[in-house]
Design a protein. Structure first.
Length: 429
């Protein structure tokens, strides 16, 4: 299908036209563990990667394949891999390039769960995460050495909401032979990181991609725009013989298939061995969510903008964190990298601090108090006591979480109803 199609069309048509067995238009849910091989030669060729096809649903599944194709088309990438969660996507994106003794450079402006994964769990495996302040892109260059395998950041970081300078950091990375991995979870359709030089894009599909709050999942998308082979020894996982797959050199193995070394290696090594597979039922749910993503993102952005401006004028609110209200470099980054809106997330500080923040949360009647973002319904959380509570006070501040910070994920309900609930909860705070 032509990549010239608009996003509103791609989310409905990319990767699937009809079921070849029945002519059904809806994507089938292939609830199967295994697949019949046509012959012993067919099976041998599949396992040797001489041809691509279905082997076992821990590694690939036809329903998941439609989601992967659709997301790759939407982002302008060449291939994708669906996994069990956004956290698995973050983990795999790093493990696919890094081994013990390697390091990667990461923005401080990231989700608390990702910070824990990178700063503690991966460190215990011998992989060093070097956190740097993204307000100065040159910090990434300063933290880079000959063992740096990649950079990592969030487009619209949760909860700091300062849009990341993708192009500047991607340009620095490419001058040093280092790829940029972007978590675009909070900004689907609003930002296309590949257009700004990112090499890999990941999502927690649990959030806006699904929108329904019913399924956990993640996806990694390869832009096909980074020359892994030119990096040579910098990327041993892709350029040196892999002992777990008959000595395959992934950059060589994929040449007949296109620039998919990164995703293919992730599929047949990490997904095969670690088993973080997405359920076909969840893949089907995300496909359903994608169909309305353009409409929902438009409503999220419109409602969030109105909520942010309301909070900005409220006498109990001392500060609002929202890209549309920022100025200077932060606003320039938002305008450079995002189009069609500034997303559905709004953060704010109450004048009475933590106690007032908790009263506000407890006073809500319509908005849900849940640890999630991106649902069609509106959500609220106090990050310091929940999503970022495992971080030290210093690390909380570095990631943008202060004691009195409240984060809203503004949904697609009628704006008058959203505003009425926020207003009455503020009266109680």
């Amino acid at each position: 299908m032509s990549n010239s199609l608009r996003p509103e069309t791609l989310v409905l048509h990319a990767g699937h036209r009809k079921d070849p067995a029945t002519n059904a238009v809806a994507v089938p849910i292939q609830m199967t563990t295994a697949y019949q091989f046509d012959s012993t030669d067919h099976a041998e060729n599949l396992f040797a990667l001489k041809e691509l096809g279905n082997i076992y649903s821990r590694i690939m599944n036809p329903t998941n394949d439609v989601l992967e194709q659709r997301m790759a088309a939407l982002e302008g990438g060449v291939a994708a891999l669906a996994v069990a969660s956004g956290q698995a996507a973050s983990n795999f994106s790093i493990l696919n390039l890094c081994a013990a003794g390697d390091n990667f450079v990461c923005s401080t402006d990231i989700y608390g769960g990702t910070w824990n994964l990178f700063g503690n769990t991966l460190r215990a495996l011998g992989i060093e995460c070097r956190f740097v302040d993204p307000s100065d892109p040159e910090n990434f260059r300063k933290a880079t050495d000959d063992k740096t395998r990649c950079y990592y950041a969030e487009t619209l970081p949760n909860p700091k909401l300062n849009v990341f300078p993708i192009k500047q950091v991607a340009d620095i990375g490419r001058s040093l032979g280092v790829p940029l991995i972007m978590d675009n979870t909070a900004a689907p359709l609003l930002c296309r990181p590949f257009d700004h030089g990112a090499a890999i894009v990941i999502y927690s599909t649990t959030k806006y991609i699904g929108g329904h709050g019913t399924s956990i999942g993640g996806i990694v998308i390869d832009g096909g725009n980074f020359d892994w082979e030119a990096g040579g020894d910098k990327f041993p996982t892709l350029n040196q013989p892999d002992p777990s797959y008959h000595g395959a050199v992934w950059t060589d193995a994929v040449k007949p298939l296109g620039p998919i070394a990164y995703i293919l290696r992730m599929r047949v090594i990490l997904l095969r061995d670690m088993g973080s597979s997405m359920s076909p039922m969840n893949a089907f749910q995300f496909i359903q969510g994608l169909e309305t993503l353009p409409l929902r993102m438009r409503a999220h952005c419109e409602n969030a903008n109105k909520v942010a401006n309301f909070l900005n004028a409220h006498d109990k609110v001392t500060g609002v964190i929202y890209p549309g209200l920022q100025s200077g470099v932060s606003k320039a980054n938002a305008d450079t990298h995002m189009s069609g809106g500034y997303g559905g997330l709004v953060g704010f500080e109450l004048s009475e601090g933590k106690a007032a923040g908790k009263k506000f949360i407890d006073g809500l009647e319509l908005l849900y108090h849940v640890a999630n973002i991106g649902d069609a319904r509106s959500l609220a959380i106090h990050p310091a006591s929940t999503t970022h509570s495992q971080l030290s006070a210093e690390d909380q501040l570095a990631s943008g979480v202060t004691p009195g910070y409240v984060r809203l994920s503004v949904g697609i309900e009628h704006i008058d109803d959203i505003m009425a609930d926020i207003s009455q909860a503020l009266d109680k705070a």
